[in-house]
Design a protein around this ligand. Structure first.
Ligand code: ATP
Ligand code: MG
Length: 261
């Protein structure tokens, strides 16, 4: 459990600061260059752009799965790759991730899925782990489903459970890659509502990759728009600005193509 001092320090630090980042894969030309943006506590930041422009790749760099060719990533004031990544595990505990697809372990019940990070990364006793996992499931509206298997649930409930698992270690920042992909419009709107509630009530910051117009408009405070040819951020602002007032032609084109949920 965090001490009060740690909680205060976490509250004061900026969840994510990205400076002059260059991302790609070894042996291939860079996909994105000069990426700089900041995500404040409680802010819901979107990463938008056409398929294949490097959104998931950028996310993989931001969470430390890939190492950037140059630039700096600071999470809650800590440089992700300081000392050649010596503190990576400690920094990784400060944020949660839901990957594209949002997989749960299919052979484990929901409460077992949410308990996993607590078992792995804390010294809490089994009773305390169960209480904490139940609370996380309650937070996402899944009280009563603790012992359900993922397969027996709807896609929306599985996404909620994946968010509960990502929240297990009480992070201040969540990365979500296409959270509403594959969900019907009503379920998707419910997930959007959950995200906004978590951001406002817990001051949780989010970085969300999404193509869904409804989710973009309903959840994002701000977004960066990426472009494949320009290999970088071509505009940044509120969804309303990007959709209606951006001088960049790719912005209007992106919003025309965004899925109308
Ligand atoms: N492990 C990898 N090694 C090399 N190249 C990769 C790897 N993963 C992805 N790529 C390439 O990087 C580019 C960007 O892929 P990425 O998945 O980041 O795009 P995206 O913006 O998330 O697309 P989508 O909207 O379809 O999810 C693509 O050309 C892809 O083929
Ligand atoms: Mg992707």
């Amino acid at each position: 459990m965090s001490s009060i001092g740690e909680i205060e320090a976490k509250g004061a630090a900026i969840p994510l600061m990205v400076k002059a980042l260059k991302v790609g894969y070894p042996g291939s030309p860079a996909l994105l260059e000069s990426i700089s943006f900041t995500v404040k506590a409680g802010q819901i930041m979107g990463i938008l752009g056409p398929s294949g422009c490097g959104k998931s790749t950028l996310l993989r760099h931001l969470v430390g799965l890939e190492r950037a060719q140059c630039g700096v990533i600071e999470l809650f004031g800590d440089n992700l790759w300081a000392n050649d990544g010596a503190n990576l595990d400690q920094i990784r505990r400060k944020f949660g991730i839901m990957y594209q697809g949002g997989a749960l372990f299919g052979n484990l019940s929901l409460i077992e899925n949410v308990s996993l990070p607590l078992k792995e990364f804390t010294t809490l006793k089994p009773g305390a782990i169960e209480t904490a996992a139940r609370l996380k499931l309650a937070l996402v509206g899944l009280s009563g489903f603790e012992h359900s298997q993922p397969d027996s649930l709807s896609g929306g409930m599985r996404k909620r459970a994946a968010i509960a698992r990502a929240l297990a270690l009480e992070p201040g920042l969540l990365f979500l890659d296409e959270p509403s992909a594959g969900l019907d419009p009503v379920t998707s709107a419910g997930l959007d509502h959950l995200i906004v509630t978590l951001a406002r009530n817990l001051s949780l910051a989010f970085v969300i990759v999404t193509h869904e117009l409804g989710s973009i408009m309903a959840t994002l405070d701000e977004a960066i728009l990426l472009d494949k040819e320009k290999k970088g951020i071509i505009d940044q602002g509120t969804p309303d600005y990007l959709a209606h007032r951006s001088p960049v032609p790719q912005a209007a084109a992106f919003f025309r193509r965004a899925k109308q949920a």
